[in-house]
Design a protein around this ligand. Structure first.
Ligand SMILES: [Zn+2]
Ligand SMILES: [Zn+2]
Length: 451
């Protein structure tokens, strides 16, 4: 039984883990690293689809593995196409650092995806076909938490976990040597943390020989572990004190955060205004996530339509899928008349709307990854954002909590699962794991690790 980490070893994200056991070969996730291509590509200096994998192979950005990639991706490369020898790829959740390189793999390889993850992927692909795709696959299999999937002699059990995107799973893999547990990405401080608890319990019962554990937040410093509930309280307080329109930004697939904004808006008797894309995402996930409000009917929600082509807000100006939400339409005119009645979702690429909304005494709640507000690489974009805020004299706030378990929670998770061997993944602080477990093996990219 051995594991090879083609991504996710000593880096946050990019998980791409090959498990081989007595002739069975499966991958756990097939993601793209966050810094993928950063050293060789810049803006328009980037490979085109026609280049296939040749450019990536040149710089060692994608591992040159036979019997894995599609015929199309291998044309023009010196790796010859052969029938794939991979039995399955299991996907933990929809974030690109876990699914990003699926478009490269052979269409015939069976892909296993959770029902929830599949819904998120479909909605996102419909809205951003150029930006987000998992490629073409002829053999997609959907699973739900607790299913037991047989691949040759292996049995894989996906169990739901709480993360910043709905439909996230960890896996328990029964191998010839015993159970291997893979956390995917998870946390304990969200509203559905009992799902993570269930995963921990089942993982412990499997008496695992190894635990592949995420460690995104395993840095030396301990920070306050903000919970989703605290974030909601902070949003509520900002809305309560605001004397004008409240604007907010959060990731479209962060359903917990959507609910925090929704709850805080309702509590303050304000209407939550979301754009047609966010409405589409919520509308499509409603079937799977019962707590979500019905964007077509809920009186606390209105759907924002931007000015388009004819400038008359008429049906023909909008995409067919957007027209479904016209009953709930709100435009800048109505919001500008009574700004105090609304809380509005507004992203960086939609700041133009401020020119029409002309908000006075407005507040902006930035409620997404801190990465944007700390990373040097976002300096220019951040400057533009700040210019917009100061031009319209908008008061800027931050309210966010992580999608990943805190260091303290990871220590607790490992203690409860109690594996014989601990393998830190999805982390830049793998050494930290040695401080609380006596048998830690730190994986190296591309090197086989025997278990
Ligand atoms: Zn991740
Ligand atoms: Zn994730």
């Amino acid at each position: 039984m051995n594991l090879t980490f083609y991504g996710g070893a000593n880096e946050i994200g990019g998980n791409k883990i090959l498990l081989q056991d007595k002739g069975a070969k499966i991958y756990l996730d097939f993601g793209e690293s966050f810094d993928f291509g950063e050293d060789f590509f810049y803006e328009y200096l980037a490979p085109r689809t026609a280049n296939g994998l040749e450019v990536y192979f040149e710089f060692g950005l994608v591992p040159k593995i036979p019997k894995l990639y599609s015929k199309d991706m291998l044309k023009l490369t010196n790796l010859k196409y052969e029938k794939p020898d991979i039995d399955a790829i299991f996907i933990s959740h929809s974030h690109s650092d876990h699914v990003g390189h699926l478009p490269f793999v052979d269409e015939e390889i069976p892909i296993f995806i959770g029902h929830g993850t599949h819904k998120v992927i479909e909605a996102y692909h419909k809205l951003y076909p150029q930006l987000f795709s998992i490629g073409e696959h002829n053999n997609i299999n959907l699973f739900k938490s607790g299913d037991k999937i047989k691949i040759k002699h292996l049995v894989i059990e996906p169990i739901h976990v709480e993360h910043s995107v709905p439909g996230a799973y960890g896996f328990i893999v029964q191998t010839s040597k015993g159970a291997i547990v893979y956390t995917g990405d998870l946390r304990m401080h969200g509203p559905m943390s009992e799902m993570t608890m269930e995963f921990i319990e089942k993982a412990n019962k499997s008496n695992p020989i190894a635990l592949l554990c995420e460690g995104t937040r395993m840095s030396h410093e301990t920070e306050h572990n903000f919970t989703e509930k605290e974030v909601e309280e902070r949003i509520d307080k900002i809305i309560k004190e605001s004397k004008g329109l409240v604007l907010g930004y959060f990731s479209m697939v962060n359903i917990d955060r959507f609910m925090s904004f929704y709850n805080a808006a309702v509590k303050n008797k304000r209407i939550l205004v979301i754009d047609t894309r966010l409405a589409y995402v919520i509308d499509n996930l409603k079937e799977k996530i019962k707590v979500l409000p019905d964007v077509r009917k809920d009186k606390n929600i209105r759907i924002y339509f931007r000015l388009s082509k004819s400038c008359t807000f008429s049906e023909k100006d909008y995409n067919i899928w957007e027209r479904e939400y016209m009953d709930k339409m709100i435009t800048y005119k109505e919001i500008a008349k009574n700004p105090k009645n609304y809380v509005m979702h507004l992203g960086f690429y939609r700041l133009i709307e401020l020119v029409y909304l002309r908000p006075k005494n407005a507040d902006f709640i930035y409620s997404s990854s801190e990465h944007f507000y700390e990373g040097e690489e976002n300096e220019e974009q951040r400057k533009v954002w700040e210019n917009w805020m100061s031009h319209f004299k908008i008061k800027f706030h931050k309210a966010h909590c992580s999608g990943h378990a805190s260091k303290q929670d990871i220590i607790e998770i490992v203690r409860k699962i109690n594996p014989k061997l601990l393998i830190p993944i999805h982390t830049q602080n793998a050494e930290e794991f040695k401080k609380f477990h006596s048998n830690v093996k730190i994986p190296e990219k591309g090197v086989e690790l025997n278990v």
